[in-house]
Ligand binder design. Structure first.
Ligand code: MN
Length: 308
């Protein structure tokens, strides 16, 4: 998915969301539109830019057809994109030549490194299942952010039953199960699905964690949490108790606090403005840095400086 991350998302400031206990901090997501799809942007928020290396979280849908993801070719650098669906299908095409249909319960992980471009399309025979999912970005560290692009698809991820919930491990390790997906920094991402009742989900005490509710309403650390917020859990927890009165689903994100200051702009995760401007200029000039994507959709120009 294309950001676009704007100053509204990423500017520093002191915005706070709903009243929060010291235990769990609730930050209101921002309503935004990507292509023709309404999204709830849970990260970045002014008061919370990153959770581990997680730096972007767009929860979309469920969106009944004809609302769909139709995002034409656009570039990324310095980040991984993590796409996860609860319903519907999306066709990914990128400048590495990858063409991959993603379905619920599967993971698409694209590494941008120095530069990649991709498009996200509604498949021609996409059916009438409402599109529902989340797109996440992970900031790459200095050690890999100038490196080559890559793409992974994982159709079969580890699932583990903790009493009261089923946990699917997208990246990193949780409850003794490790995902085969690439991570460049200490990181975890897991979907927690509850029927009803309570579950104790084990956490890594050296990580900070946050949760984004995808379906239903849960209680986290005693606070009621629905869709449209980022529930920040902080560091130092061995576990979190998640409760629900009805079936619910949430995405749990965590990692070691990311030590490198980042500058996010449009579809780029950089270290300074100069890098952002250079990338925008390279993309608009059709530079080979980002390659080309075989898509019928229109290429999305970068805003700001550049010949295009
Ligand atoms: Mn994208």
């Amino acid at each position: 998915m294309s950001g676009p991350v704007t100053e509204q998302d990423a500017a520093a400031g002191a915005e706070r969301g709903l009243p929060a206990s010291p235990e769990v901090e609730l930050l209101t997501a921002r309503e935004a539109t990507v292509g023709c799809l309404a999204v709830r942007r849970a990260l970045p928020r002014r008061a919370r830019r990153t959770v581990g290396a997680w730096c972007f979280a767009d929860h979309f849908g469920p969106a009944a057809p004809p609302a769909s993801m139709q995002v034409g070719p656009h570039p990324h650098f310095g980040l991984h994109t993590v796409t996860w669906l609860v319903g519907g299908e999306v066709l990914h095409r990128d400048s590495l030549g990858s063409e991959q249909l993603i379905r619920p319960g599967q993971l698409n992980l694209m590494t941008a490194g120095h530069g990649v471009a991709h498009a996200e399309e509604q498949p021609a025979d996409g059916g009438d299942v409402p599109l529902h999912g989340i797109q996440l970005w992970v900031a790459q560290p200095e050690a890999t952010r100038h490196g080559p692009a890559a793409f992974e698809h994982h159709a079969d991820l580890p699932r583990v039953d903790v009493p009261g919930a089923e946990v699917t491990v997208l990246v990193g390790e949780m409850a003794g199960e490790r995902s085969p997906a690439r991570t460049d920094t200490p990181l975890v991402g897991a979907e927690v699905a509850l029927s009803s009742g309570a579950a104790t989900v084990p956490l890594h005490p050296a990580y900070e964690h946050a949760a984004v509710v995808l379906e239903g309403v849960v209680t986290l650390g005693g606070q009621r949490v629905a869709t449209g917020v980022l529930a920040y859990l902080g560091e130092g927890r061995d576990d979190i108790v998640v409760g629900a009165d009805a079936p619910a689903r949430l995405m749990l994100l965590g990692g070691e606090p990311f030590p490198e200051p980042i500058v996010m702009s449009w579809n780029f995760v950089a270290r300074d403005r100069r890098e952002v401007d250079r990338a925008a200029s390279d993309w608009n000039a059709g530079d080979q840095r980002f390659g080309s994507v075989d898509s019928a959709l229109a290429r999305i120009p970068a805003p700001g400086p550049g010949p295009g």
